[in-house]
Write a protein that binds this ligand. Structure first.
Ligand code: TXE
Length: 479
């Protein structure tokens, strides 16, 4: 498997209009110079995806064969998993433990899950009045533009590419400029798996250059976007001009609520992974913690002690649990949030400082703030880093009111041994995912997406198939 740095368009590796550097955030060194797709290359990628979509080699491909191709791609990712995981860790900074044990295995599972759907996209026969047969067909949309962020580069790419291809679309994938490398590996493996040229195109580049041109392009039928709420708004406005279908998975400020009757040891572990997994650069990060008053002091003491022990280190080391933030910009952004927490009067229980490993890297300590009030920036805004804000609550209703007091609605967590309380919480919280006595669980079969400003549309599960197909109603006279 060769690490390409060019653009994959129509099955060939081609040059862009410019190049950009991708940096290893642990060492601050340049890993590679990658070609960027400008408007002309975006146009070429979209045209090649359109040709591939209209070509009988893909359009009329036996659905079982399409399933085989996805399965073959999953096998190739699995065979190359250790190498892919290393590239992901180099590019993003996440611990190798995470990329090799969680993120990339999920890509394999996800490709297999959607391979399973490729030959099961049945329509319906609908009882209608009169002597007619009415049935529906589930048809692909056409060319899908997939724009993904840098926090789970290949994982999130697979959330879009796998269902889009299973449904018979063709794809132009734009990875984030911070982390373009594993998407290029996926392109290479898709060619090896035998997907016809142009079915999957990969075009790295900056958002306002490559991403913008892709969303503007009239030849794209749908944009599937994961990223910030701010950029999601721009994508939606831009896509409106050509009436593209869109799905948006955006930011979050997810509440994590611990009631006094919870298994406290398990809850501490859950809250820790909820905020520090992936360095907190996770859209579903449980970044607002609400602990019931009677256990608050003890719980926060245990939590802070655990946070202080989080192993910062070279992300390539198997024991490292907290890697560097993805980029200098993100590192500065997160440190500025920590400063704002301190200056607005929150109390630091753990962390709060930048760190380095051998004098280098964009590391930030696992940070816990207590005495946070709902109006503080660290309680309201998505930080996207290892920073937890703890707030008090009075009773169940107050917990729900505060949990829902946010423009976001991506995920939520609750810890309690009371089954009724857990289900009441699950019903009342305004979020696309609720984790009860667990956190950060994902499965290819379980839909994921946001309420409110966290976006709309769903990735994963059967629901994602709705995002990549359109329904045609066929009437046949029986007279
Ligand atoms: O995100 P963007 P950025 C949040 C997080 C982070 C902040 C900034 O808080 O600190 O956003 O990160 C592409 N048209 N999240 O600036 O801009 C871009 O190239 C089309 C939360 O990296 O949303 C990249 O591929 N595309 C989030 C992707 O959009 C454009 C994950 C995401 O980048 C574009 C990432 C444009 N005009 C950041 N501008 C989550 N919730 O998962 C940018 N892009």
């Amino acid at each position: 498997m060769e690490q390409r740095t060019k653009l994959l368009i129509g099955g060939s590796w081609t040059e862009g209009h410019d190049r950009f550097e991708t940096i290893n955030p642990a060492t601050e060194e340049v890993i590679a110079r990658v070609e960027e797709a400008g408007p002309a290359e975006v146009d070429a990628a979209v045209r090649s995806a359109r040709e591939a979509f209209d070509n009988p080699a893909w359009r009329d491909m036996d659905v079982h064969r399409r399933a085989e191709l996805l399965w073959r791609l999953a096998d190739l990712v699995e065979q190359n998993l250790p190498a892919i995981a290393r590239v992901e860790t180099e590019d993003n900074g996440k611990p190798l433990f995470e990329s090799s044990k969680v993120d990339i295995p999920f890509v394999v599972a996800n490709l297999r899950y959607y391979a399973g759907w490729a030959d099961k996209l049945a329509g319906e026969v609908i009882p209608v009045s009169g002597p007619f047969l009415n049935y529906t067909r589930r048809e692909p949309l056409g060319v899908v533009g997939a724009i993904v962020p840098w926090n789970f580069p290949l994982n999130l790419a697979s959330w879009k590419v796998a269902p889009a291809l299973a449904c018979g679309n063709t794809v132009v994938l734009k990875p984030a400029e911070e982390t373009p490398l594993t998407a290029l590996l996926l392109g290479e493996l898709a060619l090896e798996a035998g997907f016809p040229p142009g079915v999957l195109n990969v075009i790295p580049g900056r958002g306002r250059v490559t991403g913008q041109a892709l969303v503007e392009h009239p030849g794209v039928d749908k944009i599937s976007f994961t990223g910030s709420t701010e950029t999601g708004r721009i994508v939606m406005e831009t896509a409106a001009r050509t009436l593209k279908k869109i799905s948006l998975e955006l930011g979050g400020k997810s509440p994590h609520v611990v009631f006094a009757d919870a298994d406290l040891e398990a809850a501490v572990r859950g809250v820790i992974t909820g905020i520090f997994y992936g360095k907190g650069e996770v859209c579903a990060a449980g970044s607002r913690l609400f602990v019931e008053e009677s256990i608050r002091e003890e719980f926060l003491a245990r939590l802070a002690a655990r946070a202080a022990k989080t192993t910062i280190g070279d992300p390539m080391e198997a024991t490292t649990r907290l890697g560097p933030l993805v980029s200098k910009a993100q590192y500065e952004r997160v440190l500025a949030y920590i400063e704002s927490g301190v200056s607005e009067g929150a109390r630091l229980l753990a962390g709060g400082k930048a760190a380095t490993v051998e004098g280098r890297g964009y590391f930030v300590e696992a940070t816990v703030f207590d005495e946070v009030t709902p109006d503080m920036r660290i309680a309201r805004e998505e930080i996207f880093g290892p920073v937890l804000a703890a707030l008090p609550f009075e009773d169940f209703d107050d917990a729900i009111a505060q949990a829902n007091d946010t423009v976001y609605g991506l995920a939520s967590g609750v810890w309690t041994r009371d089954v009724a309380k857990a289900h009441q919480f699950a019903a009342a919280v305004k979020a696309g995912t609720v984790w009860v006595n667990t956190y950060n669980r994902y499965d290819p079969g379980s839909p994921f997406g946001g309420f409110k400003s966290s976006g709309f549309g769903r990735d994963l599960g059967r629901q994602a198939l709705e995002e990549y197909t359109q329904t045609k109603s066929v009437w046949v006279s029986l007279q």
